[in-house]
Design a protein around this ligand. Structure first.
Ligand SMILES: Nc1nc2c(c(=O)[nH]1)N(C=O)[C@@H](CNc1ccc(C(=O)N[C@@H](CCC(=O)O)C(=O)O)cc1)CN2
Ligand SMILES: Nc1ncnc2c1ncn2[C@@H]1O[C@H](COP(=O)(O)OP(=O)(O)OP(=O)(O)O)[C@@H](O)[C@H]1O
Length: 204
């Protein structure tokens, strides 16, 4: 959507066109799926490597003892190298299990072989896994498809993270490829949307 904004430039007021596009979250999701389809394997791998390097040297990551992340599926930034590295340096990793009514809980990651595949194709912990109180998670790596620079995100539309984060007190970091963050495209913030504190954007 193009609109004009009144800017004060020195002592003069002038109308400058603001070319920000205001889009529905569903349109943004479709654009991101297209962006992902057009990325080559080499681009994707290079961008991910840069994201991991930034994350592993991020002070919040370094300080975190307990980290929650997802088991990525196709079309998402791979989290397996993050899980493996974090476990190697002695951190605890927690991954989500979803329930009806947009509910989600995190259980200790004990290896891919003890996870079960849901009907949505995502690997999740089983009911007998070791669940954690959200207040003891130092860092949540929050998945998302698109981000505004102020941290507001568009996810897959399940609403799971918005509800979970509403009373989560810890640090929230998201990972993104360059095309997944823009100040030229925006969306309306819903009352329930919770922004992340930091977005790590990969570059090659
Ligand atoms: N890897 C990963 N795990 C994650 C998330 C994520 O974004 N990525 N989630 C982030 O929240 C939660 C699961 N999110 C989900 C979001 C939507 C649907 C869902 O309703 N899928 C249906 C219908 C889609 C539709 O409405 O058309 C489907 O895929 O058929 C399922 C899970 C927890 N685990
Ligand atoms: N705190 C909440 N209470 C009740 N419903 C909620 C809450 N937060 C989100 N929802 C519902 O979840 C739905 C999906 O929200 P939205 O499109 O923002 O999801 P998303 O952020 O893309 O997904 P996710 O959080 O799973 O990554 C909305 O239709 C909304 O009604």
């Amino acid at each position: 959507m193009a609109r004009s904004i009144l800017y004060l430039v020195g002592r003069r007021a002038m109308w400058i066109e603001d070319t920000k596009e205001l889009l529905d979250k569903s349109i943004i999701r479709d654009r991101i799926f297209k962006y992902w389809r057009e990325l080559t394997d080499a681009e994707r791998i290079g961008l991910q490597a840069d994201i991991y390097a930034q994350l592993f040297t991020n002070e919040t990551f370094i300080q975190a003892r307990t980290i929650a992340t997802t088991i990525a599926h196709t079309g998402e930034i791979d989290t397996k190298p993050i899980i493996d590295y974090a476990l190697t340096i002695g951190k605890d990793i927690y991954v989500p299990k979803t329930y009806p009514k947009r509910q989600m809980a995190f259980a200790k990651y004990q290896g891919m072989d003890v996870l079960e595949k849901t009907k949505f194709g995502i690997y999740e912990p089983t009911a007998d896994a070791e669940f954690i109180d959200k207040a003891t998670i130092d860092l949540m790596i929050v998945p998302g498809l698109f981000f505004r620079p102020d941290g507001y995100r568009v996810g897959h539309g399940g609403g799971f993270y918005d509800i979970f984060l509403a009373d989560y007190p810890g640090n929230k970091i998201s990972l993104a490829f360059p095309g997944m963050v823009s100040d030229r495209v925006t969306f309306e913030i819903d009352d329930f949307d919770i922004p992340v504190d930091e977005i790590i954007v990969g570059y090659i």
